[in-house]
Every structure is written in structure tokens, then in C-alpha cells.
Design a protein around this ligand. Structure first.
Ligand SMILES: C[S@@+](CC[C@H](N)C(=O)[O-])C[C@H]1O[C@@H](n2cnc3c(N)ncnc32)[C@H](O)[C@@H]1O
Length: 213
């Protein structure tokens, strides 16, 4: 039986992983935006479920506002809305992906933004910040976490997935540096999981929750 969708999905992700510049990565997502959700459904994409379910452990529905960093087409916004969260805002480096999210009419605000650069939000303005499928090769650098910490209120939560290329020393060094600087405190770490279980290639990740300080 042929499985064209998983193949296309993994190919598109590898194109982004191998991109030469953030602009090129965004252009790939712009071109992929129309088919992105169909492709991700085909591989059984698990990041949004992992991140949303971990958020519900620490930040009850009703906490607002919530920032969805690297919004993509808004899968996270749909899940969070269904779980009872409201006042969800988002940003993404791809205008094409943001356009798809905007069409769902569930975000209070959507704007272009890039992790790795300063974000266009005030300090301490979100009750919770989530990022699903964004901290990986060719996407957001781990230093993008600094800005998520800056915009999250003390005692708010930052919940996100980290893909295999950053797991281990890279992520642990970054997490400890922010902890030593008194910026956040780790409160939860998932087991490793496959973010594309229906694809031939396993993309292994973990989800994390930190309390902002
Ligand atoms: C795999 S998709 C995940 C989208 C959505 N969060 C989800 O789970 O469906 C990765 C998204 O991150 C965005 N992205 C990549 N690098 C980024 C960066 N440095 N800052 C913000 N968004 C970025 C891409 O444009 C794309 O929409």
C-alpha cells in the first residue's frame, strides 16, 4: 500500500532542517501551508497533544492570555480552545502559516515573529506560553527560550517540545543557564516520544514544563 502523505511530510521537514537561512525555512513553510495539516494528520503528528496535555497539568483553562509561539496553522489554538482556554495569541515566522491560522478565527492576535530575535510583546504579559514542534533543527534556536521566559509572567508556565537534535547536552546546558539566572524552574519532563508515529522515520522528542520566575 502506498503512503504518499508520510513521505511528503518527512521530505518537507527535512527541507526545513537543511535550510540555509531562517528566511529560506519560512519560504518552505509558506509553500507548505496549504497541505501542512493534511500531511501532519497523515503522520499522526503528536506534538500539539503532548504540549497541550502537559499545559493542563499546571495552568488551568481560564488562565489568560496564552501565547502560542510558532503558531503554524493553529492546531494548538484549536486544541486549547476546545479545552476551555481563551484569549490565545500567536506568532510565527511564516506568513503563509499565519494566514491559515487566521482563517480559523480563534486567535485574539496573530503577528509575524521569529524566535531567536526579540519578540514584539511586553515583559511578563502572558499567563502561559506554549511552543509545539518549533524547537528543532532549521527552526527556532534554543536561545529563543530567553524571549519566552521574558514575556511569561512570574509563576506562569512555559511548555514546549524539544526535538532530538537539541536533546541532551544542548538543551540541558540552556535549561540550567536559565535556572541559574533565576529565570525559570523545571517542573515536568515527559518521556521520549515519536512526533510522527505513522511515518517510516521516527522523530524523537520530549515535552517540558517550566515555571517562570
Ligand atoms: C512543525 S511546525 C509547528 C506548527 C504548530 N506549532 C504545530 O504544532 O502545528 C513549525 C512552525 O514553526 C515556525 N517556525 C520555524 N522557525 C521559527 C522561528 N525561529 N520563530 C518562529 N516560528 C518559527 C514555522 O514557520 C512553522 O509554522
Amino acid at each position: 500500500m502506498s503512503r504518499p502523505t508520510p513521505d511528503k511530510t518527512i521530505r518537507a521537514l527535512h527541507q526545513v532542517y537543511a535550510s540555509d537561512s531562517p528566511e529560506q525555512a519560512s519560504a518552505i513553510y509558506d509553500g507548505w501551508s496549504e497541505e501542512y495539516e493534511e500531511h501532519m494528520r497523515g503522520v499522526g503528528y503528536t506534538h500539539p497533544a503532548m504540549v497541550a496535555s502537559m499545559l493542563t497539568r499546571y495552568q488551568p483553562p481560564g488562565s489568560a492570555p496564552v501565547l502560542d509561539a510558532g503558531t503554524g496553522t493553529g492546531i494548538m489554538g484549536e486544541i486549547l480552545t476546545a479545552l476551555g482556554y481563551s484569549n490565545i495569541l500567536g506568532f510565527d515566522a511564516s506568513e503563509g502559516m499565519l494566514g491559515r491560522a487566521a482563517a480559523k478565527d480563534i486567535y485574539q492576535d496573530l503577528r509575524p515573529g521569529r524566535l531567536g530575535e526579540r519578540l514584539d510583546y511586553d515583559d511578563d504579559c502572558f499567563a502561559a506560553t506554549v511552543a509545539s514542534g518549533v524547537f528543532t533543527q532549521g527552526h527556532a534556536p534554543l536561545d529563543g527560550l530567553d524571549e519566552l521566559v521574558r514575556v511569561t509572567r512570574p509563576d506562569g508556565h512555559i511548555v514546549f517540545s524539544i526535538a532530538r537534535t537539541y536533546l541532551g547536552d544542548n538543551f540541558e546546558t540552556k535549561a540550567r543557564a536559565l535556572e541559574r539566572a533565576g529565570k525559570w524552574r523545571r517542573i515536568d519532563t515527559s518521556r521520549r516520544y515519536n512526533s510522527t508515529p505513522f511515518a517510516d522515520e521516527a522523530l524523537i522528542s520530549q515535552a517540558f514544563a517550566f515555571a517562570a520566575m
